[in-house]
Design a protein around this ligand. Structure first.
Ligand code: FES
Length: 77
């Protein structure tokens, strides 16, 4: 995810049951775009630190994926 000059990367595996996070059309965020939504059972995660704020894995977090910005482009390690 990118917010201006901030980027956040996570492995696409939910800590609850190991499912991919995206829904069938590839959407990762809530309709409001403020949280990451696991399509399997509805867990919600903060974008900035990957911690689940609700759902069956509340308090657990997504595994980080190293990302950064180089010349305005998102890059992975
Ligand atoms: S697999 Fe994500 S909430 Fe269950």
């Amino acid at each position: 995810m990118r917010r201006g000059d901030q980027v956040f990367g996570y492995v696409d595996i939910c800590p609850h049951a190991g499912s991919p996070l995206a829904n069938p059309v590839g959407r990762f965020l809530t309709r409001e775009g403020d949280l990451i939504l696991c399509a399997a059972h509805g867990a919600l995660f903060r974008i900035d630190d990957g911690v689940a704020t609700s759902g069956p894995c509340a308090g657990q977090r997504l595994e980080r994926w190293d990302v950064g910005l180089v010349d305005g482009q998102v890059v992975t390690a």
